[in-house]
Design a protein around this ligand. Structure first.
Ligand code: NAD
Length: 462
């Protein structure tokens, strides 16, 4: 099983049919892969995948990408959908639908997270998979892009049920994942425990002698199960390293900076703790699915993380006031870090945001029109494929350590991460200057040029 077989349950992207249910709502076709993209500043999209394709088309226009490559890169290579049963604690069987979208692998193995959320849909996973292709390319990693998801609310299931769901999903995916083929990692609603269940299930389906050479089938594992030091904090840390690069560029001292965070899970809570403890920043507001809180004197990020761990959300944190969700966006801060869901910064709240920088810890948190409103008001933005790339960078470190049978020291991991983030940030800035474009467009151009270069040199088989 360690040798990847052709994916078994796929819908080939070469198909002339539309990409999938919901991907092309009536009256609102996806951007034409051949034609010039409409200016994305003036369009809004009905689903996340349309927005991801339009961002790609914009970079393709600016780099004058060949039409054939536009077509190839506008669709995922494989769309895998599995329906599988798992047993509930009460003995009943429930049927689940799981997705694994493999967008592109010209640069290396498919790589991308696995999301458990009630909002998971085919279009959402397709968009997230495409962004992984661009994120891995921008970070100069030997990986392509993929993403997976199951449409469940993880809070509605017991730990034992989540284990059975994860193991059945892994088994249903079969050879569609593999340590040198497609490598999942944690994302929203999943964590190191989920990855360890996946790894263990996969290990138990390969030949006995292969067991110990396939643990890199997933990354983001616990350290005890073969994960890397520094992986859990990596996305938040990478977000902060990006903010630090931006602050140097602006001559701003982060020791006096204030910030707010939407989403106090893995990405948001680590970004907040690192920005506070290592750079001296002060968090004034936080929001998650349970509520929004504010304290003008500052909210201690470590204490809030302990509260969230104990109470499953920021609600009820005793050293801050509860505020309306809309007021969270109005809070005057230097840096706003959206680290929860997509499409949170919209035309409605963007005019009220009083920050100097939006640092996208989450994937796709800003709508196209909202981004234009922010930029027009002089608010800078570090885009997701750059800002939250720390997670996949340290996943690459974990994968490399597993393949070599090594364990790296924490300071080594952090140092390598910092250097890669600084490189990606600089290359993005160079592209912005060369093309006179936004930071998101600059990042996309760097990413696209590397992928397109690989296609140009390799050609297409046969
Ligand atoms: P998580 O599950 O650990 O945390 C998600 C957070 O979002 C929680 O605090 C939750 O309360 C909050 N949230 C959910 N619904 C909300 C709502 N309606 N309003 C406000 N807050 C809400 O997830 P995570 O791993 O921290 O991922 C967050 C984002 O970062 C996602 O967009 C994910 O794709 C992206 N990301 C994660 C990683 C990673 O390594 N985990 C890497 C790159 C990008």
């Amino acid at each position: 099983m360690n040798t990847p077989a052709p994916p078994s349950k796929t819908r080939a992207s070469e198909s002339a049919s539309p990409a999938g249910p919901g991907s092309a709502p009536a009256g609102s076709p996806p951007p034409d892969a051949d034609g010039p993209a409409e200016r994305i500043e003036v369009r809004e999209f009905e689903n996340l995948y349309q927005m991801a394709v339009a961002q790609f088309q914009r970079a393709a226009d600016m780099t004058e990408l060949r039409p054939s490559l536009r077509r190839i890169l506008s669709e995922p290579k494989n769309e895998i959908i599995v329906n599988f049963p798992a047993r509930r604690d009460n003995g009943e069987m429930e049927l689940f639908r799981g997705y694994r979208i493999q967008h592109n692998n010209i640069l290396g193995c498919y790589k991308g997270g696995l999301r458990f959320s009630p909002l998971v849909s085919l279009d959402e996973v397709k968009a997230l998979a495409a962004w992984m292709t661009w994120k891995c390319s921008l970070a100069d990693l030997p990986f392509g892009g993929a993403k997976g998801g199951i449409q469940i609310d993880p809070n509605a299931y017991s730990k034992a049920e989540l284990e059975r769901i994860t193991r059945r999903f892994t088994h249903a995916l079969g050879n569609n994942i593999g340590p040198d083929y497609d490598i999942p990692a944690p994302d929203m609603g999943t964590n190191a425990q989920t990855m360890v269940w996946m790894m263990d299930t996969y290990m138990n389906t390969v030949a006995y002698a292969q067991k110990n050479v396939v643990r890199h089938v997933v990354t983001g594992k616990s350290v005890a199960a073969g994960g890397s030091l520094g992986r859990e904090e990596a996305t938040g840390r990478g977000t902060v390293y990006n903010i630090a690069s931006w602050a140097v560029e602006r001559g701003m001292d982060l020791a006096h900076a204030t910030f707010s965070v939407q989403g106090f899970g893995n990405v948001g809570s680590w970004a907040a703790r690192i920005l506070q403890n290592e750079y001296g920043g002060r968090m004034l507001a936080a929001q998650d699915h349970t509520g929004s809180i504010y304290n003008a004197q500052g909210i201690d990020a470590d204490e809030l993380a302990r509260h969230v761990e104990a109470h499953k959300g920021v609600k009820g944190y005793p050293k801050a006031d509860a505020i309306d969700p809309e007021d969270f966006w109005r809070t005057k801060v230097d840096i706003l870090i959206p680290a929860a869901l997509e499409w949170q910064i919209t035309e409605e709240n963007a005019p009220h945001i009083q920050a100097r920088l939006v640092a996208e810890g989450a994937n796709g948190p800003t709508t196209v029109r909202a981004e234009r409103l922010l930029l027009d008001r002089g608010i800078d933005l570090i885009p997701d494929i750059l800002c939250n790339s720390g997670g996949v960078i340290v996943s690459f470190f974990e994968w490399t350590q597993n393949k070599r049978g090594e364990t790296w020291y924490l300071d080594e991991v952090r140092h390598k991460l910092k250097r890669r983030i600084a490189d990606s940030y600089d290359r993005t800035t160079q592209a912005m200057n060369r093309y006179n474009c936004t930071r998101r467009e600059g990042a996309m151009i760097v990413a696209l040029n590397r992928v397109a270069g690989a296609y140009e040199e390799r050609g297409i088989f046969p």
